[in-house]
Design a protein around this ligand. Structure first.
Ligand code: PEP
Ligand code: MN
Length: 345
């Protein structure tokens, strides 16, 4: 499922030109545009409202493609239904609000229109799942609900505007296995340079499609100018994504994969066996600290362990980010074990 269109409908000409060119590529299944824009800062472009819906309805008539629009309130849903939107989506800033989601769900109930639910801004799977349950709760069938993974807001700087945090999306997938899940590489990337790599990653992770922003003249876009692609670039992007197959029956491949998987299973058994032993040693440390009435956290010792392991990053061929994540998890569990020995007998 490929959804494409401008971040915002800005003018009739920009909306129709973009949509017509996108339809002509032959790679787009559905058009998108925002007409009410929930902006982080006031005073920036907040959408054209109902006019934009009329332009999208016109684009649908001229291209024959269905269209979707973002809704954030009951009034938005009513307008979208009036203009015969085929799909509505819940933006990341709306998914965080249970009141808004409930109001939208009730307004959409019984309409037969599909809803796509973006992940909330913050990495909270229960909040995302809660939004899905609100739509199911008003009787909207799972096949009319889809998920959009657009990445999560976080403090600090990295390559992407919103961190993908892929494992959170996998968790969501395992909670709603019957639901379509598509990726929004535009809002993840925040920059057109990174859209192709994120799209390929989504394809490799077996997503069901993409929603990508496209604008006839991205430099002049009134929102998300840095991440929009002209329709010709969008076509190149979509044709370049390799949607690999899930499996092949070639016996040589199957045998090779099975051997590597056996090896992984044996290594996992060793790794977790060693972690279990390490935690038992932590408990013994807890016992001697208790006997001697010494505090659990010895920062210099923890600093030394971290420094020693991280200095081996190159030799181990493991990134410092990965080593840090593992060390921190091990350290937390180790403190919890010592705590239970020292304070709960
Ligand atoms: C959008 O799709 O234009 C949008 C506002 O996205 P998000 O809710 O993911 O920020
Ligand atoms: Mn946008």
């Amino acid at each position: 499922m490929i959804i494409a269109g401008p971040c915002s409908a800005e003018t009739r000409e920009q909306t129709l030109d973009t949509c017509t060119q996108l339809a002509a590529t032959g790679v787009v299944d559905m058009l998108r545009a925002g007409v009410w824009k929930p902006r982080t800062s006031p005073g920036t472009f907040e959408g054209v409202g109902l006019k934009g819906l009329a332009w999208m309805a016109e684009a649908k008539r001229t291209t024959g493609l269905p269209f979707g629009v973002e809704v954030a309130s009951k009034a938005h849903v009513e307008a979208a239904l009036e203009f015969e939107a085929d799909c509505v989506w819940i933006g990341a800033r709306t998914t965080v609000s249970p009141f808004a989601v409930q109001e939208i769900a009730e307004a959409l109930a019984g309409s037969g229109v599909a809803v796509l639910i973006k992940n909330p801004m913050n990495p909270d799977i229960d909040l995302w799942a809660g939004a899905v349950k609100r739509f199911m709760g008003v009787g909207i069938a799972a096949e009319n609900i889809g998920l959009i993974h657009r990445g999560f807001s976080y403090f600090g700087h990295s390559r992407y505007r919103n961190a993908p945090m892929w494992p959170l999306a996998f968790e969501m997938r395992s909670r709603f296995p019957e639901m379509m899940m598509i990726c929004d590489p535009s809002h993840m990337a925040g920059n057109r340079e990174y859209i192709a790599e994120l799209s390929q990653e989504a394809a490799d992770l077996r997503y069901d499609g993409l929603i990508v922003e496209s604008h006839i003249c991205p430099e002049q876009a009134l929102s998300d100018a840095g991440q929009q692609l002209v329709p010709a670039e969008l076509e190149r992007l979509i044709r370049g994504v390799n949607w690999r197959k899930e499996a092949v029956d070639d016996p040589e491949f199957v045998g090779e994969l099975a051997r590597f998987r056996d090896e992984i299973d044996r290594i996992d058994a060793e790794v977790f066996g060693l972690l279990s032993r390490r935690m038992k040693v932590s408990e013994s440390i807890g016992r001697v600290k208790k006997e001697n009435d010494v505090a659990i956290l010895q920062s210099s010792r923890w600093g030394a362990i971290k420094e020693r392991i991280l200095s081996q990053s190159d030799g181990l061929g493991l990134s410092t980010e990965f080593l840090t994540a593992i060390l921190e998890a091990v350290h937390l569990e180790s403190i919890a074990r010592q705590n239970s020995v020292m304070n709960r007998g």
